[in-house]
Write a protein of this length. Structure first.
Length: 269
């Protein structure tokens, strides 16, 4: 959901929360945050591995780039299992949010944090980058797309432990993946197949956690509105610089930009 849409829409925050499903990352992150049971269910179904034992899971985990000025990322879910394997699970409504090179980037960010100084590279654990997309972004109609490296010249896997998986959220088959994607699209807990997921959705949409979700929606709208305001300021300053041949400082002074806004705008100009 976009902050601009929230501000322009006549619906109340309560109605927005009512319309949310697990395809909304705000809801998905809080439902799975610390929820071992739901995370195990999710990973076992998607990866078709019944022996996964999740030992930790956090929602909305931010990973900072080790490079000054590099791009940081915020993960919807970051989990670890008893074998030391790491899992990043993201939900995306729009195809561009699940770009194949984003999968590569997220995977590298996870890998870069697994080894401590002095550890051998052979100690690097397996990592799984999982995208759950609301639409079938590859268009082949299958429920799951699994990507692993292989040797092109010989029919053998290149087993470096890096795995990328895309889940087709539009898949409606009568199987475990189909039921899982059905649950991700549900707006009401009572309509869901899996109690492990329904419990969390019910808590944050219908019970004690609803207030937290409403606050998250309001905060998100405020953040997006502030970003939109600053973007308009930046555009106006640039236009004035171009038309008047002024410096950024001259343009901002003419516009009476506050000192706080100047500090932000100067980083973008």
């Amino acid at each position: 959901m976009a902050g601009e849409e929230i501000r322009q829409d006549t619906r109340t925050v309560e109605q927005i929360v009512d319309g949310m499903s697990l395809f909304d990352d705000d809801l998905m992150s809080v439902v799975f945050d610390g929820n071992i049971e739901a995370t195990e269910l999710l990973l076992k179904i998607i990866l078709k591995k019944d022996d996964i034992q999740v030992i930790s899971v956090v929602g909305q985990r931010e990973l900072q780039s080790p490079v000054v000025g590099g791009r940081d990322i915020r993960l919807d879910i970051l989990a670890k299992d008893s074998a030391g394997k790491h899992y990043n699970v993201e939900v995306q409504k729009k195809p561009e949010g699940a770009h194949i090179r984003r999968a590569r980037f997220n995977s590298s960010m996870m890998d870069s944090r697994m080894l401590k100084a002095g550890q051998d590279f052979s100690e690097l654990q397996d990592s799984y980058m999982v995208f759950i997309t609301q639409t079938d972004i590859f268009g082949h109609g299958i429920p799951i797309y699994t990507i692993n490296r292989h040797f092109e010249e010989i029919d053998e896997a290149f087993d470096d432990g890096s795995h990328i998986v895309y889940v087709n959220g539009n898949y409606k088959g009568d199987d475990t993946v189909g039921r899982l994607m059905h649950d991700f699209g549900c707006k009401k807990a009572k309509d869901m197949y899996y109690p492990e997921l329904a419990k969390g959705v019910r808590h944050f949409k219908e019970e004690g956690g609803r207030e937290r979700m409403c606050e998250a929606v309001e905060k998100y709208a405020e953040q997006k509105a502030e970003i939109a305001r600053l973007n308009i300021l930046i555009e106006n300053v640039r236009n004035l610089m171009e038309s008047m041949k002024w410096s950024a400082e001259q343009a901002m002074s003419a516009m009476k930009v506050t000192e706080a806004d100047k500090a932000v705008l100067l980083k973008e100009l």
